[in-house]
Write a protein that binds this ligand. Structure first.
Ligand code: G1P
Length: 899
């Protein structure tokens, strides 16, 4: 029997004895700021942001090390103390013995429930955790039942240590920062309001009150409290053997104060008598607020079982509704896996790239490339919100084509770099257009390109190589013109600057310089001479596509000209020498960068749209041809691939050497996606990638072969053990983009293999050891790592919908072009996708009675229940946007016959 069992088609699953697996954590959060992670024993942590951790911050190793999680004890008269979450010294000794308590986890989007039973104490517990929609608290609802045949007297005690400070203080001034604590017991729990917050901003007056409070399911308040760690664990005691409980020490009353101590949310309820079969429940709330007076109101909102149940249902439905895509391939596990994959981009919107146990870096917010890629998934599920998001995000671009790297929580809030590192990631300019293109395809809204938005401005100028000493806070964070007004340019102008400045920023081999790194963050040691051929392909692909969309503007809107910042004209230099000559490129770029160091003139030019499009195409063609000519590596057996990078010694990184093959996936992905690779080269890449990078057992296509060298003239990744993270792990994000590129070009078998192996490995719990979903990477043993927060999720979802099921927008029209394999249909030859498009819910049903694979079938008939006009050819069907807009009702069911 499989360990993970799916219980519905919305991803809900169960797992027995979850505490017997290492590193498991589950995300539970809300939209109001609280972000928690929970282990099977209710360890993990909870925080609002980097400076406000309610529970002590945990990294992955703390998951089996720390004892300071959420606990709930029952002091059972005549028997002893039982931890209803399985976190006690006694439970620890019984682990892996026949006496181990039986436990089972059930979980869905943003909630988990753990049930456990003890023979010894004849009790059962259900602990439900979730964050309600209306309040910024984590709820832990504990139900205790008497499973024995005799009446039992229990005293229930919730025990949650309150850390109440900045994550930094875990090692930096841990004790000193506890001296700031002011602790108070109220009639419902324990509150801590530190006097100051010692954090990255310095010493700040603190306004937050951290609290743990509770109430019984019948509305009874607690009786006694253990508000400090000392009072709870006692001298020599511990969280898993707290002396106050074992020695039956009566806690303090409400209204007590303590200062300068580590705080404890120790809440003792009245002793209760449980008849056989009887249950009681307790609701514990954990949170932090600047409005301390609202805590009693929050408690009142959950002071009965019914209220908690109602809030839970509401929360459960809210998150289910957020994932408004349905997949049916006849493989229930895979379809449920896709539900989690589709949910993951929401998790990253909330958690950023920090705040889950493996993600013990960053301080919140999202990085530039992550933000844009998460938009891809949001675009499919909730396109109406994305337009404004895109416009706001373009405000993070500088006039030199670089950008602020961290995006804050509020729209338009940009941070140049939190650590004040002047670092330019050379891939950053690529992503906004990719997202904008999908937006235009899905919505048909090309008008977006002509919207005016500001530019970001700070001290960094000349693409991160110089400092504008005249810039100060008075100037502000928006680029100004000569008249000292905020300078605005169109979205298209922003896109052009990002891609054109990169075009000129080349290294000695004529490819775009690697600078601080590219998508692969760990290629960070080739600042001077490194070049990324991989992303040069991506930029070239962008230039071509930008030209294409400019032509659509011309055709559809009769737009003849584009308005540009006057200084930009030189970036459209069109003599062929400027393509070839590296020096010429540098001088053009330098000239441009010097002109817009501090202020831009503000003057505009009108450029003929066709001239501009042609100019971009010529540049792109030159880049692609140059790569084809200089970077192809041929294998004797017909395989081959592109070199992806140059190192800091100016040497090509990949090739066939005596000690082995050096091949990286990234270069291949973008060569294929941009069509720098020609068809025969794509085929050769497929062969070589399968031969050198594919490993079925550990997730499929790896990021690179083993270089067997600590290659510090390229990046820190070579310091990582091989098979881990950016050094040759199966790094889901790049593997999925590989699949996407292959599907786009009709290499369906290889693309399918890439996607399916990821899913199969993730779902093989014995190997991956993760809850359902796609992890950032699979390590050398196939274990899923850095689960949940990964750009792989957006891309996986996008690829399944737009390529595999083939349902996507094309400048606003709906295209249906399936690339499904035989095994992706059920035994009756059916496969189905439900997805929103143009404000309607589309159900696309594929009927392939022979369960043939892509290439073996043709579209033989297409019909729409709502009688929308559909045109189709052998490979694809198309419904015009005007037709969709005229459709009555919210739903359209399309049946596509494949034969
Ligand atoms: C992460 C980062 C991403 C980076 C990648 C590779 O994970 O979030 O910005 O490009 O590592 O270094 P991902 O989101 O791609 O899984």
């Amino acid at each position: 029997m499989k360990e993970i069992q799916f219980l519905d088609n919305k991803g809900t699953f169960s797992l027995k004895q979850p505490e017997n697996y290492s590193y498991l954590y589950f995300p539970v959060a809300g939209e109001r700021g609280i972000k928690s992670s929970l282990t099977p024993n209710l360890g993990g942590d909870s925080k609002l942001n980097q400076n406000a951790f309610l529970m002590e911050p945990v990294s992955s190793e703390n998951l089996h090390n720390n004892r300071s999680g959420r606990n709930f004890w029952c002091r059972v008269k005549g028997k002893g103390c039982w931890s209803a979450v399985g976190q006690s010294a006694e439970a620890e000794t019984k682990k892996f013995t026949p006496e181990q308590e039986k436990s089972e986890l059930t979980a869905g989007f943003m909630w988990q429930k753990i049930e456990r039973k003890t023979e010894n104490y004849q009790l059962g517990a259900k602990v439900l955790s979730f964050v309600p929609l209306d309040y910024n608290v984590e709820i832990m609802q504990v139900q205790i039942s008497n499973t024995g045949e005799e009446e039992q007297k229990i005293t229930p005690v919730a025990a949650i240590p309150i850390y109440g400070r900045s994550a930094d203080n875990i090692r930096d001034h841990r004790n000193v920062s506890s001296l700031l604590h002011r602790i108070r017991t109220t009639d419902c729990g324990v509150q801590v309001k530190p006097t100051l917050s010692f954090d990255e901003r310095g010493h700040q007056i603190n306004h937050l009150t951290y609290f743990v409070c509770g109430v019984s399911g019948k509305g009874e308040k607690p009786e006694r409290f253990y508000p400090t760690v000392e009072s709870f664990i006692g001298e020599g005691g511990s969280y898993t053997k707290p002396r106050a409980l074992y020695e039956e020490e009566e806690g303090g009353k409400s209204g007590a104060n303590a200062e300068g101590k580590e705080a404890m949310g120790g809440i003792c309820f009245q002793e209760t008598v449980l008849k056989p079969g009887e249950s009681v429940s307790y609701t514990i709330l954990l949170g932090a607020t600047e409005q301390e007076q609202e805590i009693p109101d929050i408690l009142r909102a959950f002071d009965s079982e019914e209220k908690v149940e109602r809030a839970f249902k509401q929360t459960e439905n809210y998150w289910k509704d957020q994932v408004n895509v349905g997949y049916y391939t006849g493989n229930k596990d895979f379809d449920n896996f896709m539900q989690w994959v589709s949910f993951q981009p929401m998790l990253r919107r909330i958690y950023g790239c920090s705040f889950l146990p493996h993600h013990d870096y960053g301080k919140g917010g999202r990085g530039w490339r992550d933000l844009w890629q998460d938009c891809l998934a949001l675009l499919i599920m909730n396109p109406s919100e994305v337009r404004q998001m895109i416009l706001d995000n373009y405000g993070g671009v500088r006039v030199d084509g670089t950008n602020a790297t961290i995006i804050g929580e509020k729209p338009g809030e940009f941070i140049a770099d939190r650590n004040n590192i002047t670092r330019v990631w050379m891939d950053h300019g690529v992503w906004p257009f990719i997202t904008t293109k999908l937006y235009m395809d899905q919505t048909g809204d090309l008008e977006l390109l002509n919207q005016q938005v500001p530019y970001f401005k700070d001290r960094q100028v000349e693409r991160g190589t110089a400092v504008d000493k005249d810039w100060d806070d008075g100037y502000g964070k928006m680029q100004k013109n000569a008249a000292d007004e905020v300078y605005m340019g169109t979205v298209l102008e922003h896109i052009l600057l990002q891609n054109l400045c990169a075009f000129y920023d080349v290294g000695e081999h004529g490819h775009i310089r690697l600078r601080g790194a590219d998508w692969n963050d760990a290629l960070d040691m080739a600042e001077q001479r490194g070049e990324s051929v991989a992303f040069t392909c991506a930029y070239a692909g962008n230039l071509k596509q930008i030209a294409r969309y400019m032509r659509i503007l011309k055709r559809r809107y009769r737009q003849q000209k584009i308005e540009l910042m006057e200084e930009m004209a030189m970036l459209f230099c069109d003599d062929s020498y400027s393509n070839k000559s590296i020096d010429k490129k540098h001088s053009i770029l330098k000239k441009y960068l010097l002109q817009c160091r501090h202020r831009v003139s503000g003057a505009k030019i009108q450029m003929d749209i066709e001239y501009a499009a042609k100019n971009l195409e010529e540049k792109a063609n030159w880049m692609m041809e140059h790569i084809r000519k200089t970077e192809w590596i041929s294998e004797e057996n017909g395989g081959g691939w592109f070199n992806s990078y140059y190192d800091n010694h100016g040497n090509a990184v990949e090739g066939i050497y005596e000690d082995g093959v050096r091949m990286m996936l990234t270069g291949q992905v973008f060569a294929i996606m941009s069509r720098t690779a020609e068809k025969n080269q794509m085929k050769a890449i497929c062969d070589s990638a399968y031969r050198h990078l594919y490993n079925r057992e550990t997730g499929g296509y790896r990021l690179n072969t083993n270089f067997r060298e600590e290659k510090y003239d390229l990046g820190r990744m070579f310091g990582f053990a091989y098979g881990e993270k950016e050094n040759g792990a199966v790094f889901s994000h790049m593997t999925v983009m590989f699949a996407n590129a292959l599907y786009q070009n009709g290499f369906v078998e290889d693309g399918h293999r890439a996607l399916q192996t990821l899913a199969d490995t993730a779902l093989n719990f014995e190997v991956s050891r993760i809850y359902p979903g796609i992890p950032e990477y699979f390590n050398a043993e196939g274990r899923g790592m850095y689960h949940y927060l990964t750009g792989a999720a957006s891309w996986y979802m996008l690829t399944m919908i737009t390529e595999v099921f083939g349902v996507r927008g094309e400048a606003g029209d709906l295209v249906i072009e399936p690339k499904l394999q035989g095994e992706q249909f059920d035994k009756n030859g059916l496969a189905e996708l439900q997805v929103n498009f143009a404000g309607k819910t589309f159900v696309i049903k594929y009927h392939n009675p022979g369960r043939k694979s892509y290439g073996g079938y043709e579209v033989s008939h297409v019909s729409c229940e709502q009688e929308a006009e559909v045109s189709w050819s052998k490979t694809r069907a198309l419904i015009k946007r005007e037709v969709i807009e005229k459709l009555k009702g919210d739903m359209a069911v399309i049946t596509v016959e494949l034969g």
